[in-house]
Design a protein around this ligand. Structure first.
Ligand SMILES: Cc1ncc(COP(=O)(O)O)c(C=O)c1O
Length: 482
């Protein structure tokens, strides 16, 4: 029964009333942004109404954008922060290839990420608290005893076989059917992407990338003497296929590089249909797709999203990933499923650095086989989902009115859009003076965009981090245009 009202009130009124009750609970703070709401069954019992009524109530609240459904997981309270604005996909003036100039600022920002004296609000590095350190240490020690020779000798490309078997099994969860021989172990995901670019492009070529896009890849494109063509991307759909189609008609594109699942920095999750459309479009033009799926395992729901590679019928997608966001960034264990380009990537890899270090390959292989990776994933997904919603709430509390942000369904990154005119680079410098590192938005493009955006990492959440957000909010207020 709801507040004394019996269920014999007209059905339409009843579900509105249930919706009103739930909205009231959110209003009072009983359920906050990011919290999971009671299941349909639980509410039906609690309110003494039918399952159908609760479903209608949840649908109404979804329409009002107060809550959201997460596949296989349930209903969650949405953040009340206005979402960032979608780019104007009709505007084609932004689709111009740019030669990257290596930015001193970018180098400085990356350097600061490693500075332990700074509050790490910028770096997209998982918190050590959320990594299985003790278990990994035990596994590493016992594997090195068990396979002492293997640990000290080279594991020549394509890499340690037991590890490749485990990776091939996990790839199935992302919808990729592969065998151990399809996998090339690399020194992290960055090396996998580097090898993919080397294998598909020549100096002067143009690469289509998302915008905004992970700054390290923009730097890499520069280092390789390539040009980046920035295609608008949105949190809901990822890279704009319409804009990409137009770009393909206008310029010669040698490869396309994207992060389809929980991209950096937008946290975008490309729906399956769009992934398929993208893969098909590129295949029709014989353009290789390089897919970075490093955040794919970090969904907040129960089911990991599929990889774009799972729609690849032409063997033209190069899948790149690593365990840097989930198990141990310092182990530098990544991999590529290179399709047609696998042999060339392997050749370049051997020339560049022969092989990745052997002990981490042994340890990760065993961790995947027996260490409870799925259990571990469930726990870090929960932690990140909680951190993201607490950080989002804090941004709402402390940042100037008019601030917007993304609502990612995975990963641990928030992309913040402050009111127009707020200088993100100035905010970065002032934050550094206060002992806080953030990443200013302009690094995520090559063409003077995102001047009032910043990227925050919610890998960790505690009082110090909340204080850091408060300080950033004060600074952002000071930087508001007069
Ligand atoms: C999208 C993306 N790819 C790759 C990396 C780095 O990967 P790795 O440490 O495995 O080389 C990062 C780290 O921030 C990232 O955000």
């Amino acid at each position: 029964m709801i507040n004394g009202h019996k269920k014999d009130i007209g059905a339409s009124l009843l579900y509105e009333r249930v919706a009103g009750e739930i909205a009231g609970l959110v209003e009072q703070g009983t359920f906050r942004a990011g919290d999971r709401l009671p299941s349909i069954r639980q509410l039906s019992t609690r309110f003494d109404v039918s399952i159908n009524t609760v479903m209608q109530a949840y649908a109404l609240l979804e329409d009002k954008r107060l809550i959201e459904a997460r596949p296989q997981s349930g209903y969650y309270v949405r953040s009340r922060v206005p979402e960032i604005r979608e780019p104007d996909l009709q505007s084609r003036s932004c689709i111009v290839p740019t030669t990257v100039t290596i930015s001193e600022l970018c180098h400085q920002v990356m350097h600061n990420m490693m500075n332990r004296d700074l509050l790490p609000l910028g770096s997209a590095i998982p918190s050590a608290q959320n990594l299985p350190i003790d278990k990994l240490n035990r596994i590493m020690a016992s594997e090195l005893r068990r396979w002492s020779e293997q640990g000290v000798l080279y594991q020549m490309p394509p890499g340690y076989e037991r590890l490749r078997v485990q990776i091939a099994r996990r790839a199935l969860v992302a919808g990729i059917s592969s065998g151990p021989d399809d996998i090339l172990v690399t020194s992290g995901c960055v090396e996998a992407v580097f090898l993919a670019l080397r294998a598909t492009c020549r100096s002067g070529d143009t690469i289509a990338v998302e915008s905004p896009f992970y700054f390290n890849f923009l730097q890499m494109i520069a280092e390789l003497g390539l040009k980046a063509l920035e295609i608008p991307s949105t949190p809901r759909e990822g890279i704009s296929i319409e804009a990409l189609r137009y770009a393909i008609e206008q310029s010669k594109i040698s490869a396309c590089l994207i992060i389809a699942n929980f991209g950096n920095p937008l946290g975008s999750l490309m729906p399956d249909e769009r992934k398929r459309e993208l893969v098909d479009l590129l295949a029709r033009h014989e353009i290789p797709l390089i897919e970075d799926d490093i955040y794919g395992d970090l969904t907040f729901g129960n089911d990991r999203p599929t990889a774009a590679k799972s729609f690849d019928r032409s063997d033209l997608v190069i899948y790149c990933s690593s365990f840097s966001k989930t198990i141990a960034p310092g182990y530098r264990v990544g991999w590529a499923i290179g399709g047609r380009f696998q042999a060339e990537m392997e050749r370049i890899k051997m020339i560049m650095n022969v092989a990745p270090a052997s002990p981490p390959q042994l340890a990760i292989a065993e961790f995947l086989a027996t260490g409870g990776y799925d259990h571990h994933l469930r726990s870090i997904r929960r932690a990140h989902a909680r951190n993201i919603s607490q950080m989002a709430e804090a941004v709402v509390r402390y940042f100037p009115a008019g601030t917007r942000m993304t609502h990612p369904a995975g990963g641990f990154i928030l992309w913040i859009e402050m009111p127009e005119g707020t200088d993100a680079i100035m905010l970065y410098h002032r934050a550094l003076e206060k002992g806080i590192s953030i990443v200013p938005g302009p690094l995520f493009s090559l063409s003077d965009k995102y001047s009032h955006h910043i990227r925050l990492s919610a890998a960790q959440w505690d009082e110090k981090i909340e204080q850091g957000i408060k300080t950033l909010g004060v600074l952002a207020h000071e930087l508001l245009p007069k």
